[in-house]
Design a binder for this molecule. Sequence first.
Ligand code: GDP
Ligand code: MN
Length: 380
Amino acid sequence: MKVHEYQAKELFVARGLAVPEGEVATTPEEAEAIAKRIGGMVVVKAQVHVGGRGKAGGVKLAKDAGEAKAKAAAILGMDIKGLTVEKVLVTRAVDIESEFYLGLIMDRNTHQPMFIASAAGGVDIEEVAVTAPEKIHTLAIDARYGARSFQARKLAYELTDDPAVVKGMTKALMTLYDVFMASDATLIEINPFVKTPDGETWSVDAKLNIDDNALYRQPAISAMRDLSSEEQSEIEAREAGLSFVKLDGNVGCLVNGAGLAMATMDLVQYYGGMPANFLDIGGSSNPEKVVTAMRIILRDPKVKAILFNIFGGITRCDDVAAGLLKATEQLEVPVPIVVRLTGTNEDKAREMLVGSSLIPAVTMDEAVQKALELAQGGAQ
Ligand code: GDP
Ligand code: MN
């Protein structure tokens, strides 16, 4: 789950890290009033869950309240990478002398929270990682002891020699660690963390992603969820207890088990196709789940074929077949469905599917290749 900049900044402030004062507006008039209260130069910032808002025109400086109103009017309602801006953060503008990147992720290699920091801030860190990897400094933290300020200070000194900046940066790094751990985050970022000409330091931007699997114990964070900036299909899937991620391809995938779903997607790509989604219908073979899953997949007009890949263990293939038949009865399915059912009661399942419009396949390779052929045929 993604948390907006203004919400992440609230969490920073709650843990003692000051940010430039600001408030959220949903109308140009509100933005004007906030800017008037702050006084002087402000920044009007689109609150949408995408990176690179600045480049897309979603972050604008305004010299006074009147200009803030005009900039807010321009940004509110704007489409940024497919999302409509419904809120802007109006915040005091900071004079920027230099920009740093400060972040913390859950590192898969060390299995530890890992700081990532760079003096090349304000730009895409992924780009820095490619063009100038030597400018990126990392530090893995042993979660049993937590981050210690001496570690944060040492990391800060790798980015700058300025003791005042090191002081502010150490505080920011420690806060990142606190918020990260307290909110079950997978990623937290301040980009840019800036130094002003007066030697002050400020967190100008904030990004925070939360591990969905921990939301059950994060009621305060869960309440921050902004459904308006999420895929409708992902919302519906979550409500139905399905693990679903929308992707850009044209082969809808319905699989039981996350590992098999990943392997299926790999195979689709191996044979030159693109999956339309990741979907794990889980261990249960409840026909209702199959129906919901089909409905979600079919909502995407790009889908030209559906690939059903079921490995029957505890899940019985005949149950899944029953669900599939029910789903095709209840829903109008305008695309071909390739079915690979293997494992417990597979013979019975295949018998059940005889005479239906479903296209059987025995192996995964065969199923994927058939689905790709059909998807291509449908696209013409
Ligand atoms: P992002 O593009 O979504 O990462 O949004 P940011 O909040 O990082 O803003 C983009 C860029 O706008 C920053 O890298 C800064 O260069 C600029 N910017 C944002 N806030 C301020 C500010 O308070 N003062 C100044 N001078 N520039 C700002
Ligand atoms: Mn940024």
